[in-house]
Every structure is written in structure tokens, then in C-alpha cells.
Design a protein around this ligand. Structure first.
Ligand code: NDP
Length: 324
């Protein structure tokens, strides 16, 4: 038998239930994977609460992990038993062993440890598509990053720096401001206390930023729009403070012919070619030392409810891993 953290209904951290489940044998296209580390992401909270529905109950939560292949199902090509692999965006990672489609896996190169992979694959591939696809940054641009001391935020900040971009980071506390500066934020704004758009105008000489990468959602929407230069881009990629349900498209015209995108990583890793391209780019930038993965905290898998509480209470920094 295998331990898994499942939900039987939507709700608070208390619905995370430690269950014994049988894993079974991999079917066509699947492998059986033994996790050595599991990534915690804010999407896990949305799935626990039902903001992003998970389909049916009971459901093992978690989207990201790393480990070793223990068995191959029929028709799996390109992988062997014993390979070290990782994945992001495959529901069901909060467990020791799982079955997973081989299509979702990437092999981990030497030099990328399992914990690092579990901490960075989802958030790092997100940083990559945000900077290269959503609004492709140019050296010399100034951008605004919300939740700059968080998992995605620390990777996005470092990677943007590497590309020659000036980064303004919004953070929730002075301690997070120090961390964000260490990660390469040129300027930080305490968005819980300061007026963001006013600070951004001061920093940019009145111009505004080329792009805002906003994962906070409802609470920061207007500050983000007001911080953009004419024809700037708002990439609204998360809902940590709640979803944006009503949006007046006319605001984009009023505030300077702005662009708005609401992307998801799933689109940018939807086939083998895209997944490998995205993962390899991330591996390279980490192996080169240009981007360092900040694991701010680790919890035993059985303590996942505590990890959710701290993530939602804005107490975490950088990435979080769960250890099976
Ligand atoms: P983080 O580590 O960034 O944690 C979330 C952070 O958001 C908090 O630490 C906090 O930082 C900030 N925050 C602001 N308001 C709130 C609030 N009301 N409640 C809780 N947190 C708040 O998480 P992740 O790196 O896992 O994810 C960051 C965001 O990116 C999430 O919104 C996530 O959904 C999104 N995301 C989207 C993807 C996509 O493809 N669309 C893929 C991956 C992530 P502070 O205290 O500094 O404000």
C-alpha cells in the first residue's frame, strides 16, 4: 500500500486526508514513479478549495514531483526503469508512488537534484513562458513583478535580470523585500502599505513599465493597469487574492491601449516538443548559475496541511517542497 494525500470534498486545509491507496500497474503509455520530492504550488490551494475543479473525489492533490521510474507500461518509449525524472502539471503528486503518463515526464540532467527539480519545474517553466512568450522581454525593459519573493517571483526576477531587464518587485513585508533584492529586484514596493502605481511612476520617470506579471489577481488588478506605459502588457497569471471575474475591456483603451493576457502553463507545455524546449531552457539557466532555486521551506508530506496554511497566510518565501 501507498500513502497519498487526498481530498474527499473541497474546503480548507483540514480536508487534506492521509489515505492508504493501492497504486497498481502502469497501463499503456504510463510509468510507475517513486517520488523523492514533491513540489507545493499555489494551484494546489485552488484545487483544494474548488476554485479550479478537480473532477471527481477522492482525488490525490499536487501537480509536481521528481523521482525514479520503477516500472514501464506497454508502449512507453524514451524512458527506462531507474531513470531520474520530474514533471509539472500532472494532478496526483501528493503520494509516495504514482502512475503517470510518460508524456508528462522530463529526464533530469546530472547536476539537477531531485529536490531542486521538484521545487522549480512548475514555477520555473512558468517564469520562462512569462518572459519569453506572454510578454517577450527586451534588454533595457523595466517590468513589475507581483509577489516577487514567492516561488514564481524569485525565479522570474533572477531570469529577467539575466536577460538585462530592470525589475520592480512588489512584496508583502520588509523581510520579503530584502529577499527580493537579493534575488535581483532593483526596486521593491511594499504593496500592503505603498501606492504601487505612484511608486512605479516615480521609479520610471513617469513612463510606467513595459509589462506587469501579476499573480495576485483581484487585489492588484487596478494597481497593475495603472503602472503600465502606453501599449504595455498586463500578464494576469494567478489569483492568490481571489479571481478577477468582471473585467471592463474598455479600461484597456482608457489606460493607454494596453494588452492583457490570462495564460496557463498547460498551454506552453502541451506537447513533447514544447515541454522539452521549456524544461531544457530552465535546466540550462539553472546549471549556468544565472538562476538559483531558492527552497524556502520543506515539510514532510504528512504535514501538507501546515504547508498549505503557511502558503495561504503569506508566510512562505521562495519555493516549498514536500518530502515523502
Ligand atoms: P507564491 O510562493 O508566490 O505564494 C503566493 C504569494 O502571493 C504569497 O507569498 C504572497 O506574497 C502573495 N499574495 C498576495 N496576496 C495574497 C493573498 N491574499 N493570499 C495569499 N498570498 C498572497 O506561490 P507560487 O509561486 O506557487 O505561485 C504564485 C502565483 O502564480 C499563484 O497565484 C499561482 O497560482 C500563479 N501561477 C500561475 C501559473 C500559470 O501558468 N498561470 C503557473 C504557476 C503559478 P506577499 O506576502 O509578498 O504578497
Amino acid at each position: 500500500m501507498n500513502s497519498a494525500i487526498r481530498i474527499h470534498q473541497y474546503g480548507g486545509p483540514e480536508v487534506l486526508s492521509l489515505d492508504s491507496v493501492s497504486v497498481g500497474e502502469p497501463s499503456e503509455g504510463q510509468v510507475r514513479l517513486r517520488h523523492s520530492a514533491i513540489g507545493l504550488n499555489f494551484i494546489d490551494v485552488y484545487q483544494r478549495t474548488g476554485l479550479y475543479p478537480v473532477g471527481s473525489f477522492p482525488q490525490t492533490l499536487g501537480m509536481e514531483g521528481a523521482g525514479v521510474i520503477e516500472a514501464l507500461g506497454p508502449g512507453v518509449e524514451g524512458f527506462r526503469v531507474g531513470d531520474r525524472v520530474g514533471y509539472a502539471m500532472a494532478l496526483g503528486s501528493y503520494c509516495h508512488d504514482r502512475l503517470i503518463e510518460a508524456d508528462k515526464l522530463v529526464k533530469l540532467p546530472d547536476g539537477i537534484e531531485d529536490q531542486t527539480a521538484a521545487a522549480m519545474l512548475l514555477q520555473g517553466m512558468t517564469a520562462r513562458y512569462l518572459l519569453k512568450n506572454s510578454y517577450p522581454v527586451q534588454a533595457g525593459d523595466t517590468i513589475l513583478v507581483m509577489a516577487a519573493a514567492g516561488g514564481v517571483g524569485t525565479l522570474l526576477t533572477q531570469w529577467a535580470n539575466h536577460l538585462g531587464v530592470t525589475v520592480i518587485g512588489c512584496v508583502g513585508s520588509p523581510e520579503k523585500a530584502r529577499l527580493a533584492q537579493e534575488q535581483g529586484c532593483h526596486h521593491t514596493i511594499l504593496y500592503t502599505q505603498e501606492d504601487v502605481a505612484t511608486r512605479v511612476r516615480d521609479i520610471t520617470g513617469g513612463e510606467g513599465v513595459a509589462a506587469v506579471y501579476d499573480s495576485v489577481g483581484q487585489a492588484t488588478l487596478h494597481a497593475s493597469l495603472d503602472s503600465l506605459r502606453p501599449t504595455g502588457t498586463l500578464v494576469s497569471f494567478g489569483n492568490a487574492s481571489g479571481p478577477i471575474n468582471d473585467f471592463n475591456v474598455g479600461l484597456l483603451a482608457q489606460k493607454g491601449s494596453l494588452y492583457l493576457q490570462r495564460p496557463t502553463l498547460a498551454t506552453y507545455v502541451r506537447n513533447r516538443e514544447l515541454l522539452d524546449g521549456c524544461a531544457n531552457d530552465l535546466f540550462q539557466v539553472v546549471q549556468s548559475g544565472a538562476v538559483k532555486v531558492k527552497i524556502g521551506q520543506a515539510y514532510p508530506l504528512a504535514k501538507v496541511a501546515q504547508a498549505h496554511r503557511e502558503l495561504e497566510a503569506r508566510k512562505t518565501i521562495g519555493a516549498t517542497v514536500l518530502l515523502p
